[in-house]
Design a protein around this ligand. Sequence first.
Ligand code: ZN
Ligand code: ZN
Length: 289
Amino acid sequence: MIEYTKNQSIFDIKNTLQNKFQINSELIDNYHIQNTDIFKITISESKFKFLKNFLKKLNFILLEKVIIGSHENKRNSNNLLKVIFIYQPFLGKFNIEFVDSIFFKTLEEEIQKTINNRINKNFISERITSALIESNGEIIEIATQNIDLHKTFFDDLIKDKLLNEFKLNQIDLNKINEFLTQKNNSICIREVVKYICKDLSQSQIIFQDNYYSICPGCDYSNHAEAVLYSKVINNFKKDINEFKNLNLYLNNHFWICKSCSQKLENIGIKNIYLNKKWAIDFFNITKIF
Ligand SMILES: [Zn+2]
Ligand SMILES: [Zn+2]
């Protein structure tokens, strides 16, 4: 469970939205996805500014607002909006925004290169992230996740981990192995474990860790921001501090984890820009509204 800045739970926030903002509960959709929280809310335009300020104080940033209609009262007509907010645990440490930028095209090309150059040609990744650091319009460093680090087969190390750390049994392991073989070792073992464990009682325990440590390709050290950080440290040593206005562009993701946030803070990143077009597509905004 994520700790909210003001120790408010999602339940408290929903209550405030209903009571203070007078929003019907069926107009508030909220879900927890990949360790962060999303709000999709239908609200009249006149209340939007207050809502945005309220949620910003709780570290939610706006992804997109779309006009879905209008309703009239005695004095004026008022647009009805559908808005999406995403929780950013480290907002404040950084300015974080969803934006459109030419840099995301560069980051997309970098992902394509990584896919073309992968060693295991069978491997299909659900989602690959890439990131770059920019200063005064110039790209300082660029990186993608190393997709060859994902495990698509069993070895003793992973067997041991699943049995002892994650408390799976031999039957679970057989199921996982069968699935991997069926899929021709084309998917990450973590995806399979997540799938197999979704009905198991211990899956809650595993979920808190988001299973990252099962696979070196999914581990925190292989997040695009972390790979980028390692490159910066190797190539610039302390000289990175000489650059002013360091901005991070992160492609194919919608929030920054604690481990990455510490690294980005270390090298003096102030602004984090996330790919708005990609996120709108990922959260299916146009289709839903
Ligand atoms: Zn993996
Ligand atoms: Zn991360």
